[in-house]
Every structure is written in C-alpha cells, then in structure tokens.
Design a protein around this ligand. Structure first.
Ligand code: ZN
Ligand code: ZN
Length: 267
C-alpha cells in the first residue's frame, strides 16, 4: 500500500492541484474517508480543523466526494444513493465561512494571500501518517476496505455526475486550471497566485466572496433535494457540488472525468 507523498510542515505536498487523471485511492484512504463520512464530519472539533485547513487537501477533497458518491448506495430524495449529500452539507458550511473571510481580507490580521491558504494541514494527510497497529485496521462497521477501494476507484457514479453536469459548470471553471479561456472565477489556489503577483486586488476577493455565498445557497438547495421532503434540484443546483470542490481543490479532476481534458494534458 502506498501513501501520497508529503513534505513540509504547514502545507503538505498533496496541497498541489491534482493532475487530470484518476485518483487511484489507497485502501487506507478509503478506510479513513468511509469512517469520516459515517461520523467524524459531525464533530465540532473537526469543523474547527476543517475551517483552518480549508477543507481537505485537493486530493482528499475529491477523494471524499468519490468515496461518498461511489460507496453510499442508499439515500432519500429522487435519486436514492450515489449522491454527494455529506459533501454538500460540509462544503456549504465551508463556502459560507470562507466567503465571510474573503469579504474582509484585511480584517483577519493576515495578508490577503495568506487568507487564501490553509493554516492547518489536511486532516486525512495527518491520519495517513499514524502507523497502523500490527499493520491492520478495521474498516467502519467491519467493512472490507480493500474491496471498497476497488469499487470506489471505478469512479462509475462520480464520472456520471461530472458528465451530466458539465454543461453547467464548464463555463464557470477556473481558466488557469484547465488551460482554457473563459471568464470563470479562479480557484482558490490560482486566486492566491494572482494575489501574490499583484494581479488580483480586494475587488477580486470580494467578487469571489459573492460567488461563494451564492454557491452556498445552491448547495443548501442541493442537500435539501437529497432529503425526504426536499424538492428535486434543477441543473444549476446539481452542478453546485462540482463547482465548490473545484474552487477549493481545483478543476482538473472533474474535467478529466467529464472528458473535457485527458491524462496526456495533465500537469
Ligand atoms: Zn490530504
Ligand atoms: Zn485553478
């Protein structure tokens, strides 16, 4: 079993944006994320950590969505299972929180580009460094993590979601992530880069803040559509989870799944 390479203290190497390629999750990544989906997400201390770390690193942001979408087979709402419910709830919270911070980039005692970067490491990356006891760890409710990883890595349902919603989000994707033109908002990492080189000012941060606040409203509608009493979501709402993860973790992975780019264009 290999683990993602990591380096440095504040920002792990896996904070780099993903290439346009499959994730190929390890058994241990799937075991930890499957447990996270089933409980840790609700923990108040975990929310505090995730606020500081701006969610997960790019790899584990998309891995989190893949694990929920591929492995959660039953649900309520029109679709039933294989939908990003936990993802929408968590990232609505993170998008609203981050929108508030971006609206006041100088009000937090930090340089604007620092506001755009995590101040704490990805929780999953830290957990992957904890040695397994006797080389063995139980999956959530005794699940077989190796077979769950094999199932998740097929990406069947995540690919279907990305393909089905691509017409909505492709025009709003970060142009720098995909090497395309277009007038989409930069993702968090590319916005930070623009601030660093003086190509984005407080007005750009305020515009991203407004975009995130309205995205959070769509995420609220999306998670409501996955509850027993919720209304079915329209196409724009269905795309909201791809857009929020694209902002926080870059767009190459969903673009790859939707066939908008290919592995040869990675990096
Ligand atoms: Zn991570
Ligand atoms: Zn980008």
């Amino acid at each position: 079993m290999s683990r993602p390479k990591e380096a440095g203290m504040a920002i792990p190497e896996s904070s780099e944006l993903l290439p346009a390629a499959p994730l190929l999750l390890t058994t241990e990544e799937v075991r930890l994320l499957w447990a996270f989906v089933h409980g840790d997400i609700m923990n108040a201390a975990m929310r505090t950590w995730l606020r500081a770390s701006l969610g997960f690193c790019p790899r584990h942001t998309w891995a989190y969505a893949v694990v929920e979408i591929e492995l959660w087979e039953a649900g309520v709402g029109a679709r039933g299972g294989h939908q990003p419910f936990d993802v929408s709830v968590l990232y609505e919270f993170l998008a609203r929180d981050f929108a508030r911070r971006l609206a006041l980039p100088h009000g937090w005692g930090r340089r604007p580009e620092a506001v755009l970067m995590p101040s704490r490491r990805c929780y999953l990356c830290t957990q992957l460094e904890v040695p397994l006891k006797d080389g063995f760890a139980l999956g959530y409710a005794n699940s077989n993590s190796a077979s769950l990883a094999a199932e998740a890595n097929l990406l069947l349902h995540t690919r279907r979601w990305c393909e089905a919603t691509a017409d909505e989000w492709s025009g709003r994707a970060c142009p720098a992530c995909l090497g395309l033109g277009g007038d989409g908002f930069p993702c968090r990492a590319h916005l930070a880069e623009r601030v660093r080189v003086g190509a984005a000012d407080d007005g750009a941060l305020a515009a991203s803040s407004r975009m995130l606040a309205s995205l959070a409203d769509r995420l609220a509608d999306l998670s409501a559509s996955m509850t027993a009493s919720g209304q079915p979501a329209d196409a724009e709402t269905e795309a909201s989870w791809v857009e929020v993860l694209g902002f926080f973790a870059g767009w190459r992975f969903p673009a790859f799944l939707a066939g908008l780019t290919d592995a040869s264009a990675a990096e």
